[in-house]
Ligand binder design. Structure first.
Ligand code: MN
Length: 738
């Protein structure tokens, strides 16, 4: 009880800021009068709306909002972000609606506040009691944020809540600290918001492990005192050398965060005395080259500890952190970590993504920065672009893939021009290609890694130089690529491509079906192919009447009975003919059979379905007991071993030949629209197709199309084969023998 009565220090004991101080920060980089006015309007609005509300500590509620916006302004965020930070609790805690905010501050701000309110209502801590993994929490948070600004405000909000955690019950302190450690700190780390991350970590440690926290703090301050003198000497010597070398610099030293020491002692098992980099010396210079020069000069002065040098300039960390790190030994045996970087790199180190997001008005390098953001945060671009798409099923799929990218990205490879590309672990050349551009991915045919041709499913390693071979006539991504690609972008694009291709294949199938239905309907009324073509080809009135722009569209409709075949025939005034057996009937009755055998009289002769002989083929008859003679092609393997039951057969040359079915096999490399092109070519050449079927072979690289087409004789078939071989990607046409 007595603990509850004691009032916690104002603002958790941290200096309390006024709105004027927030203003001082953003006035430095926001000069537009409208923007400045909008921020002040937002401030007055929240003071009015939250009036009478207090925090758990008894302070006016708007203290919290000022502190959160102060953190945001310190990160040099733009006006919309500062306004949203001020408004972040107003929808949840007052009668103000998102609509009101939209009216007052516009769409951009209202959508940020809306997302923040939704996240607030999620009550992540409540979910913790249920069976959610920390990783799911992070994914949900990222997934709901939609906008990096929402995440940054959420982190600032959490940071201020941690600073003032003293006002809550011990139980709540532990729950909130644990949640911060599980959910928010990994996000801050991933976004490179290092300053926020290390302050949060120290605060969490303070509440979760109070004794160890105090112990480490004591050890650190003791150690720092003994190191102070030696540090002064080192700073002086380094400054001297840099000055002589004419390198501009700033130098500062700092003790490492309590949490990072805790981590080394308790998670990695290093005794305090063996932790080398308790004191870090940071040197900020102007150019990348000066960083390397500085490093060289320092290594001349002090012995570097082997294995401790890291070049994060050439090889940035996944969160874009860049710096040179080395650990040196001073004359008196103390170790110091030295970090050398440019001002720009230092900004990124402190505020990560936010440094790239930093608001710059009409900045001279706005375009360059924009490009930089696009390069380094391509995932984010997709993230935002995606919200335009309303395909909900694949949206959650996409989000899943995307969060995977965000949290597990950690290999770095090079383009042939030396640009560093960040990819998720396990990424392959195909992931790389899609990262570069969707078009590159879609037209990839091969890849060189470090100058060697490799299979497309090769797993890339950090440091690999990757070159993608593309081809304008590439057949497009393969479905089996999905078995090995790991990046969300690649997965989504490949699936998109395949879905489109399937839609085309389905359409092609319907077109064939509709076409065949119509032909059958014509034939039922006694018309032959030539007469049918006369009705259909170049019949603009027909297309107009059924409101379609091509015959294909008409056939596509017929397959769905919209229109029906009889509607089409009626429109064309196709009356039923009163005919004797048509030349094109499917059964070849013996009395007008095109084949004869010497001396067999009127015996029935049928065409074998295994080798589908057509006029002009060398044929031979096989006598089936009681069923007459079947005509086979002479090279049909089904009759090769026979000799006794074979009779010579001849094609008659005194009747006009009709059409005969023949089975052909078209072999081709797979490519989009292949089937459609084959069918169009056949239809343009007036070759009726009675069935067509495509299947992928040899791992999906090749496609076999089998078709039964109607031809008059084998000369016609040879002509058709020549035409088909002219289709791109087709390399062989052959007849099929079953
Ligand atoms: Mn808040």
């Amino acid at each position: 009880m007595s603990e509850e009565k004691k009032l916690p220090p104002v603002n958790g004991g941290y200096p309390l800021h006024t709105f004027d101080e927030v203003k001082d920060v953003y006035m430095e980089y926001i000069s537009s009068p409208e923007d400045r006015k909008a921020i002040e309007t937002a401030f007055n609005f929240i003071v009015e709306k939250h009036q009478g509300q207090t925090r758990r500590s008894g302070e006016p509620y708007h203290h919290h909002l000022i502190e959160v916006s102060y953190i945001i302004a310190k990160l040099h965020c733009g006006p919309a972000t500062i306004i949203s930070a001020l408004l972040h609790d107003v929808v949840e805690d007052t009668d103000v609606t998102v609509e009101d905010i939209k009216r007052m501050f516009g769409e951009d701000v209202s959508s940020i506040v809306d997302a923040l309110t939704k996240i607030q209502r999620l009550k992540l801590s409540k979910m913790q009691a249920e069976e959610f993994e920390a990783e799911d929490h992070r994914k949900i948070l990222i997934g709901m944020a939609k906008d990096i600004r929402v995440i940054i405000i959420k982190l600032a909000d959490r940071l201020h809540n941690l600073r003032t955690l003293g006002a809550l019950s011990r139980e709540r302190q532990i729950a909130i600290s644990q949640e911060t450690l599980d959910v928010f700190i990994p996000i801050a780390h991933r976004l490179g918001l290092d300053k926020i991350k290390s302050e949060m970590s120290d605060l969490c440690l303070k509440y979760l492990e109070p004794e160890k926290f105090e112990e480490i703090k004591k050890l650190l301050s003791k150690k720092a005192k003994t190191m102070d003198k030696s540090l002064d000497g080192i700073k002086k010597r380094i400054a001297d050398v840099l000055f002589k070398a004419n390198i501009p610099f700033q130098m500062e030293s700092r003790v490492k965060s309590t949490y990072s020491i805790y981590n080394k002692m308790y998670n990695k098992g290093h005794p305090f005395d063996e932790i080398y980099d308790i004191l870090a010396l940071r040197i900020i210079t102007q150019t990348e080259i000066q960083c390397y020069e500085t490093l060289g000069l320092i290594h001349q002065l002090y012995k570097p500890v082997p294995g401790r040098f890291k070049d994060y300039i050439a090889m940035p960390k996944p969160n874009m952190y860049q710096s040179l790190h080395t650990t040196i030994v001073s004359g008196d045996g103390n170790f110091y970590e030295v970090q050398i970087r440019t001002k720009e790199m230092d900004d990124v180190a402190e505020s990560g993504v936010a440094a790239h997001w930093a608001y710059k008005e009409g900045g001279y390098n706005k375009e360059k920065e924009q490009r930089e953001i696009e390069n380094k945060l391509h995932w984010f671009k997709n993230f935002v672009a995606y919200s335009d798409d309303n395909d909900s099923d694949s949206a959650s799929d996409y989000m899943k893939n995307l969060t995977k990218d965000i949290f597990e990205a950690n290999i770095y490879v090079f383009t042939p021009k030396g640009k560093v590309i960040e990819l998720p672990t396990g990424a392959t050349p195909v992931d790389f290609a899609y990262h570069i551009h969707t078009k590159v991915g879609d037209t990839t045919v091969g890849a060189l890694v470090n100058g060697m041709m490799v299979p497309l499913n090769t797993v890339l390693k950090t440091g690999d130089m990757v070159e993608i071979k593309t081809s304008k006539t590439a057949v497009g991504p393969k479905e089996r690529w999905l078995d090995f690609v790991v990046s969300g972008v690649a997965k989504t694009q490949i699936k998109k491509f395949i879905a489109k291709q399937n839609a085309e294949a389905i359409r092609a199938e319907r077109v064939t079906k509709g076409h065949q239905n119509l032909i059958d309907a014509f034939k039922d009324r006694g018309y032959n192919q030539e007469e049918i073509d006369e009705f259909l080809v170049d019949n603009k009135a027909l297309l107009q009447n059924f409101e379609v722009s091509s015959l294909e569209d008409l056939y596509f409709g017929i397959a769905k009975r919209k229109p029906t075949c009889s509607a089409v025939l009626d429109y064309l005034h196709v009356k039923k003919k009163n005919l004797l057996p048509a030349k094109t009937t499917k059964k070849h009755r013996h009395d007008d059979c095109p084949i004869y055998a010497q001396g067999t009289g009127r015996i029935a002769i049928s065409l074998a379905s295994c080798c589908t002989p057509i006029p002009g083929d060398d044929i031979v008859g096989y006598i089936t007991k009681g069923k007459g003679i079947t005509a086979h092609r002479k090279n049909c393997p089904n009759i090769m071993r026979e000799s006794e039951r074979l009779v010579p057969l001849y094609w008659r040359d005194d009747i006009e030949f009709a059409s005969y079915p023949v089975d052909i096999l078209i072999e081709a490399s797979d490519r989009p629209n292949l089937l459609t092109d084959v069918m169009n070519t056949l239809s343009m050449n007036k070759v009726p197709i009675s069935s067509i079927h495509a299947k992928l072979v040899s791992n999906g690289d090749k496609v076999h199309i089998t078709a039964t087409i109607m031809v008059s004789d084998n000369k016609r078939l040879r002509d058709i084969a020549n035409i088909l071989e002219g289709i791109s990607a087709v390399y062989s046409i052959s007849r099929v023998i079953h």
